[in-house]
Write a protein that binds this ligand. Structure first.
Ligand code: PPS
Length: 571
């Protein structure tokens, strides 16, 4: 189904301002569903026409059609289930005919949905049909989402839009489908080729998009996704700053950029078709599809989920129905002798091809190594360096664990002073006793309370690490699982160095610097670690320190050497 022109408008689901004001009052009495981050993205594109012809979250019949053969019940092509997944508890409060208020994270009512359908989906079937081979492989982000994040019940029904979700960032770079169509009309762009991306643009991308536009004799729309992409991707704030640097490299009157608040599913072939339909709605006439378009990465066996040309093949098959022409994504490579980019299959004979893989780029960023100008624009590299500083400029956490009286606090203090002497990063010490005074004063020493205490320390340390500081923690932290949870929290932002201060309980008791072991033996202190409460010694600590016969200064120096060997500090 081809739209008349890319300059006409497409239907939106917003009601008039007067109707919205009325509905908002009525919505105060309706059951309220707090939308997940992904549902907010989906709702925005439903309401603004990005998901045209959908009129709301899919009904059960439409869902079955989409899952089984990529079609709605009216026959229209639609490859991706757009469903409102909810909890069982919420589902019990609604029945067909119920109107529900859909709210964002701040509680703002964005839309009202009239529920027509409520059902428990067969998620295994959805995974197999929509995401293909390896349907139970949780390495696929969308399969993991489906099984572990999405609610067990789906609700379907038409949506009445009250307000678009609020965005505070890059406002002037965000456009609804109709805003983009109006822009194309204003500048008289009849042919527009769109480039979809979730990665920073380097020179190869700039060359390929420029070439694609020239070959299609079309103008170029850089249309990056800023909703939800693959976990672990460069954050959209950094990427948009990178795109803004690259956009100036194109001839000004031929290229524009707009941000798309889409929640990707990484569904390869089906996703490519979906992206095509979304672009058609945005007034685009051509779309660049590459090998492994929207690929989810490797499966748990280290193999690709989809074949290299699956996305292009499926797109080609439905091209006329999508209403957008596919433009082949040429793999561009740098040819050293010519100081120029060429499509990989057109490299002049005998010439040297240079390339830097994604993994190599990340390594160079991490280690502060050179990234050549033939690979990326200096402005882009500068932006990436700001968010991925070299290891010796990143935040990290040193997490001491060990029995009471093992020497954790003393070594932690010495380490703090040594790091402060070196300078460069702010250092915070979260000592067990100090934390219990300020952060966890209401907690005791039951397993539950100890876990809460450690998670609080982990949270504070993760914030410090995120912001480029050094956190030194020194609690007993007796439980392996809790220490692992803290490790995960921190490793999202920087290094986590677990240091086991392995002083034996006999030695700690012999020293008994606070007189607590004596009280514990007498039964005057209950649940005392090592005496009447467990201590699970770490098995994979980065460093084990034996304090018996070693002075404090040497112990702290061992940590410094470890940090140096990890590249976190420079000698
Ligand atoms: S935990 O398990 O990590 O939450 O413990 P932590 O926050 O590090 O607190 C340990 C300090 O509290 C004192 N104390 C006890 N420790 C262990 N068990 C019991 N029952 C207990 N009661 C009080 C003790 O002084 C610990 O300090 P450190 O510095 O470890 O000697």
């Amino acid at each position: 189904m081809m739209t008349a022109s890319n300059h006409s408008t497409i239907p939106e689901l917003f009601v008039s301002p007067a109707e919205a004001a009325k509905l908002k009052i009525e919505a105060g009495h309706m059951p309220s569903w707090d939308l997940t981050a992904r549902q907010v993205c989906d709702l925005e594109l439903l309401m603004n026409g990005g998901f045209n012809p959908l009129k709301g979250f899919l009904s059960e019949a439409d869902y079955n059609g989409v899952v089984e053969n990529m079609r709605l019940t009216d026959g229209s092509l639609w490859p991706m289930p757009i469903t409102l997944d909810v909890s069982e508890k919420f589902a019990e409060t609604v029945a067909p005919g119920t109107r529900i208020a859909l709210r964002d994270a701040e509680g703002v009512i964005l839309a009202v949905m009239t529920v027509t359908d409520k059902w428990v989906p067969n998620k295994a079937n959805e995974a197999a049909k929509v995401f293909g081979a390896g349907a139970d492989d949780l390495a696929h982000p969308a399969i993991n989402y489906l099984h572990n994040v999405a609610g067990p019940v789906y609700l379907g029904g038409p949506v009445q839009g009250l307000a678009a979700p609020m965005h505070y960032d890059f406002k002037s770079r965000r456009d609804t489908p109709n805003e983009l169509r109006a822009y194309f009309k204003k500048v008289n762009w009849v042919k527009v080729v769109a480039f979809q991306t979730r990665n920073p643009l380097h020179r190869a991308h700039q060359e390929l998009t420029f070439r694609a536009a020239r070959e299609a004799e079309a103008n170029l729309l850089i249309h990056p996704v800023v909703g939800m992409t693959k976990p672990g991707d460069v954050d959209h704030f950094t990427r948009v700053r990178c795109y803004e640097a690259v956009i100036d490299k194109y001839p000004a009157s031929t290229t524009t950029m707009s941000l798309l608040n889409l929640a990707m599913r990484m569904a390869g072939p089906r996703e490519a078709v979906w992206h095509g339909l979304i672009r058609r709605n945005h007034g685009v006439t051509h779309f660049i599809v590459g090998r492994d378009h929207a690929g989810p990465g490797k499966n748990s066996q280290g193999k690709d989920f989809y074949g290299p040309y699956d996305a292009q093949d499926l797109f080609k098959q439905y091209e006329s129905e999508i209403g957008v022409k596919m433009v082949d994504f040429k793999h561009m490579v740098y040819v050293q002798e010519r100081d120029q980019y060429y499509p990989a299959n057109e490299v002049p004979e005998g010439c040297t091809v240079l390339d830097i893989s994604g993994t190599e780029l990340r390594r160079r960023l991490r280690e502060g190594l050179e990234i050549p100008a033939w690979f990326s624009f200096p402005e882009v590299v500068a932006q990436l360096r700001k968010t991925s500083p070299a290891r010796d400029k990143q935040g990290f956490t040193v997490f001491f664990t060990g029995l009471s009286g093992s020497g954790k606090s003393t070594i932690a203090n010495a380490l703090m002073v040594k790091l402060m002497e070196m300078g460069g990063r702010p250092v915070t010490l979260l000592d067990g006793d100090v934390v219990r005074k300020h952060l966890s004063s209401e907690l005791g020493f039951s397993k539950e309370h100890r876990d809460i205490n450690i998670r609080r320390i982990g949270y504070v340390a993760s914030e410090i690490t995120k912001n480029g500081g050094i956190a030194i923690c020194a609690p007993i932290a007796p439980y392996t699982a809790t220490r692992r949870a803290v490790r995960e929290m921190i490793e999202a932002y920087g290094a986590f160095i677990e240091v086991h201060v392995a002083t034996s309980v006999e030695e700690c008791e012999r020293r008994d610097r606070k007189g607590l072991y004596k009280l514990a033996r007498e039964g005057k202190i209950k649940e005392f670690t090592g005496i009447s409460d467990p201590y699970e010694a770490p098995t994979r600590a980065e460093l084990v320190i034996d304090t018996e016969g070693t002075d404090v200064d040497s112990c702290a120096h061992q940590v410094i050497l470890k940090l140096e060997s990890m590249g976190l500090i420079k000698a």
